[in-house]
Design a protein around this ligand. Structure first.
Ligand SMILES: [Mg+2]
Ligand SMILES: [Zn+2]
Length: 205
């Protein structure tokens, strides 16, 4: 079996004529798109969270590029290899495509926190790589996740950070974490907020 190679796709129709005005989504995987399960290591464990399909469909209809950026230290810890992770991501991609949602790419950091890489969130490496691959502006990204590292990824590149209450998000909110520009119940709520606040009002040049 061949490993899944996430190929950046440019098939979306940009809603904005200028790439520096095009909002795009940087989605965390565990606890945001799929149910958090400690070191997910088999494709059968993938379970899309409520709100994900309606939210992403809405955004896809508006031509908003969708990218996944995920920390997968299970690889660096030897619990999972790149091929296994590739199968998990191929299935995630397939599950979303069944609902008419196409991801432009899935980017992952395989390293452990102590490796000091430039790609483990909140480091900006993967977001910047996706921006280069797709011709998008890092500052126009809306990063959605259930942990402070997701919000801090956004803050580090001047983007928008959204905390979702799925996964660990509700716990961080209760603990008083308040760095996110928006806290939302799920991706459906994020999509509705984005469509009313960002997509309806393109930024002036
Ligand atoms: Mg997460
Ligand atoms: Zn890394």
């Amino acid at each position: 079996m061949t490993a899944y190679e996430p190929q950046p796709r440019r098939s979306f129709l940009p809603a904005f004529s200028h790439p520096h005005e095009q909002p795009w989504l940087v989605l965390d995987r565990d606890g945001t798109l799929v149910r958090e399960c400690h070191y997910l290591c088999h494709p059968d464990q993938l379970e899309l969270l409520p709100g994900v399909v309606p939210g992403l469909r809405m955004l896809a209809q508006y031509g908003v590029p969708l990218v996944v950026v995920t920390n997968q230290s299970a690889v660096g810890r030897g619990m999972l290899d790149h091929a296994q992770l590739g199968r998990i991501h191929a299935r995630l991609d397939w599950l979303l495509q069944q609902h008419g949602v196409r991801l432009q790419g899935i980017y992952y950091c395989p390293h452990r926190p102590e490796d000091g890489c430039r790609c483990r969130k909140p480091a900006p490496g993967l977001l910047e790589e996706a921006a280069r691959d797709l011709g998008l502006d890092p500052a126009q990204a809306v990063v959605v996740g259930d942990k402070p590292c997701d919000v801090e990824l956004a803050l580090g590149v001047g983007a928008t950070g959204v905390l979702v209450r799925t996964g660990y998000g509700a716990q961080y909110e209760q603990q008083g974490y308040d760095k996110a520009q928006l806290v939302a119940d799920d991706l459906h709520q994020v999509a509705r907020w984005l469509l009313s606040h960002r997509l309806a009002l393109p930024r002036a040049a």
